[in-house]
Design a protein around this ligand. Structure first.
Ligand code: C2E
Ligand code: MG
Ligand code: MG
Ligand code: MG
Length: 290
């Protein structure tokens, strides 16, 4: 009967929700273990400077080597970590790794700025600046080598709090980048109100751009706007040669995406960057190792 069907639907619905809650609780528990047992790993995705053809930048992207489930993507566990608050511990670990990696790269003769994603809870925690400072001191890394990536949605908070939070980061000396630009459903006014260093065009604008003139116009306008406001522009999600050439011809400053390189573990990244350095600079010279 319809009534039974209705009841079945209801059962199915609650079961679904319950299962989701259970699996999130399980992931949260597993994440605590992961932090203790070294299951987390920071990957590095090269970002190419289109003007100089140097690899002088990379984004840190976390990976979880789960003992039973294999590699779990951050898109799945970062939101849970954010919900449960464990993102704060995760963030500390990430900043430690990132600073340590900057140091190691410098020791390999590679001057590469690393971008670190910072999520909402971390940003408003009040501990972000001191946590960066601690790790910068620990590894003798200066702020010039660090960029913080935040998303537009943070600017929905009131302007006074945002001004304070951003000026604290500025005092620290790290660069500030707007991630996933164009997807945050926030007004553009924040671009006029806050000094920012970099804007990353979300990959939804890059996807299919070759055949879509309207997307090309949008991207062109974003690049012009950014430059007028003194910001560098990174295009995310460049997967094809065509996209790469197009963004380069439009004066985009940096390219990130599978076309150039995928995110990779530290060792592979150092090798990739060394190889790039050799090819970009000279056939014979090698970066100085200490
Ligand atoms: P995001 O910061 O926008 O990072 C870029 C994402 O795009 C990464 O996904 C990267 O692997 C992916 N990507 C790069 N190039 C391409 C491409 O050419 N095509 C496609 N389809 N994708 C590309 P990933 O590593 O799965 O990370 C997803 C999101 O999880 C990140 O988006 C970021 O919001 C969050 N996340 C990752 N690592 C961290 C972290 O260490 N801390 C925090 N708070 N969030 C992180
Ligand atoms: Mg990012
Ligand atoms: Mg992004
Ligand atoms: Mg994203």
């Amino acid at each position: 009967s319809a009534k039974e069907q209705g009841r079945n639907c209801y059962c199915f619905f609650t079961q679904g929700l319950q299962q989701k809650a259970d699996s999130q609780a399980k992931l949260h528990q597993d994440l605590k273990v992961a932090l203790k047992e070294d299951q987390l790993e920071l990957y590095y995705q090269p970002i190419l400077n289109l003007e100089t053809n140097q690899l002088d930048k990379a984004e840190c992207l976390i990976r979880w080597n789960h003992p039973e489930r294999g590699i779990i993507s951050p898109g799945l566990f970062i939101p849970i970590a954010e919900k449960t608050g464990i993102i704060k511990e995760l963030g500390c670990w990430i900043r430690d790794q990132a600073c340590s990696q900057v140091k190691q790269l410098i020791n390999n003769g590679l001057n590469i700025r690393l971008s670190v994603n910072v999520s909402r809870l971390e940003f408003w925690s009040g501990e972000l600046v001191s946590s960066f400072l601690d790790n910068m001191e620990k590894y003798s890394v200066i702020a010039d080598f660090l960029t913080v990536e935040i998303t537009e949605s943070l600017f929905l908070k009131n302007q006074k709090e945002m001004t304070l939070a951003l000026s604290n980061l500025r005092t620290l000396g790290v660069k500030i980048s707007i991630d996933d630009f164009g997807t945050g459903y926030s007004s553009l006014s924040y671009l006029g109100n806050f000094p920012l260093d970099e804007l990353k065009i979300d990959r939804s604008f890059i996807n299919g751009i070759e055949g879509e003139e309207r997307k090309q116009s949008l991207v062109e306008a974003i690049i012009t706007l950014s430059h007028k406001l003194g910001m560098k522009v990174v295009a995310e999600g460049i997967e094809t040669k065509g996209q790469f050439e197009l963004l380069k011809s439009k004066g985009c400053d940096y390219a990130q995406g599978f076309y150039y390189a995928k995110p990779m573990p530290a060792k592979a990244f150092t090798e990739f960057a060394t190889q790039h350095w050799i090819e970009a600079n000279s056939k014979y010279a090698k970066p100085q190792k200490d």
